[in-house]
Design a protein around this ligand. Structure first.
Ligand code: COA
Length: 332
């Protein structure tokens, strides 16, 4: 079965909830109708009820089963403003400013997640990646022990084999500590979405001292930090990609490595490498690229490409549901 169909089925079995803040975007309404019709997640859409229902009528969409929430009409909007104020007052945010900010659907949605009213959010059809991630950082915050929000691309090869590439979309020039967080987050996402044990390669142009240089030092240091934080994780570095995925080469170049040429999670030294690698794999190897899947937050707030269609939103909502369950320790 198609991987995305499998993810939709998995999400359906988990019975999770997701908020789609961009109710004024037609694709959001189309996705909400499909999510409700197929029972993939319990869906909340933000916006004025009358406007959304009128527009749904014009688009011939059935929003039965979709909850419509108008931020301006909610009695709990002050409670959400209080949460935001408490989180950002050290940066000079006033309560009045927080009250204004919560009326922005991105912030209202992220605060619904933070306050437990829904389990995840999906936005970005009509906002930039920066806007979506900033709202998530301000309202939800990082997962315990994680230093940075980053992302993974789930790469489905023509053979069906799945690799996680991280980070290909968010952190331009991560330091060693941030790379350790990126590795731990990507390992979690890989396990949540595939059920496989993650095997993490900290990639470089050097394998175990075959060359020397600052970026090699960074990958070695990141590996050491990640191992200390997560001694249970199969992770090694620095490794070249061939030593990471080909057992015979691993035996020669990295004997004794925990990765053994079986890596399924690739951590790149910077955003140039990660972004170039995922696009090369997509374009030259014919892999399907699913993502960017935002990782590192306490609860999932996912980003969409502004060029997305309704079906992409449905897929991202399904992945969001699986990740939110896995972050709560639910067996997915
Ligand atoms: C994450 C991102 C949105 C932050 O942008 P920004 O608002 O310009 O970032 P700033 O440096 O002003 O930082 C704002 C706050 O977020 C924090 N922050 C920024 N990036 C962060 C990250 N990746 N993880 C955790 N915190 C982060 C900063 O520490 C700062 O916190 P503070 O206000 O509490 O001090 C930015 O990295 C981004 O736009 N990434 C997308 C990159 C991109 O364009 N990718 C291509 C698209 S595929």
């Amino acid at each position: 079965m198609d991987v995305l169909q499998e993810l939709r089925n998995k999400a359906r079995s988990l019975n999770r909830s997701v908020v789609l803040p961009e109710g004024d975007d037609d694709r959001t309404l189309q996705a909400a109708a499909e999510l409700a019709r197929d029972g993939i997640v319990k869906t909340v859409v933000l916006g004025s009820e009358k406007q959304l229902l009128d527009r749904a009528g014009e688009l011939n969409l059935d929003l039965t089963g979709v909850a419509i929430v108008d931020p301006a009409q909610q009695s709990y909007k002050d409670e959400l403003a209080e949460i935001l104020y408490e989180r950002r007052k050290h940066k000079g945010l006033t309560l009045d400013q927080a009250r204004e900010m919560v009326l922005d659907p991105l912030y209202f949605g992220a605060l619904m997640v933070k306050s437990g009213r829904v389990q995840g959010s999906v936005a970005g059809a009509a906002h930039s990646t920066g806007d979506v991630i900033r709202a998530a950082l301000y309202c939800i915050g990082l997962a315990p022990g994680i230093k940075v929000v980053s992302s993974s691309f789930m790469m489905v090869m023509p053979t069906g084999k799945i690799y996680m590439y991280s980070d290909g979309a968010v952190v331009p020039d991560p330091d060693a500590e941030q790379l350790a967080s990126i590795a731990i987050s990507a390992a979690h996402i890989h396990n949540a979405l595939t059920g496989e044990e993650p095997v993490v390669a900290m990639l470089s142009y050097s394998t175990k001292g075959s060359a020397e240089g600052p970026s090699i030092d960074k990958m070695r240091q990141a590996t050491a930090i990640a191992k200390e934080l997560r001694p249970d994780l199969r992770i090694d570095g620095e490794l070249q990609i061939d030593a990471a995925i080909i057992p015979k080469i691993a035996e020669k170049k990295a004997p004794g490595s925990a990765v053994k040429g079986e890596a399924n999670v690739f951590i790149f030294p910077d955003l140039d490498a990660g972004n170039i690698a995922y696009k090369i794999t997509q374009r030259l190897a014919g892999a399907q690229a699913i993502g960017p899947i935002v990782q590192g937050l306490e609860k999932p707030a996912f980003d969409l490409s502004r060029g997305c269609n309704a079906s992409d939103i449905v897929n991202v909502a399904a992945i969001n549901a699986i990740v939110s369950a896995s972050l709560e320790g639910v067996k997915v």
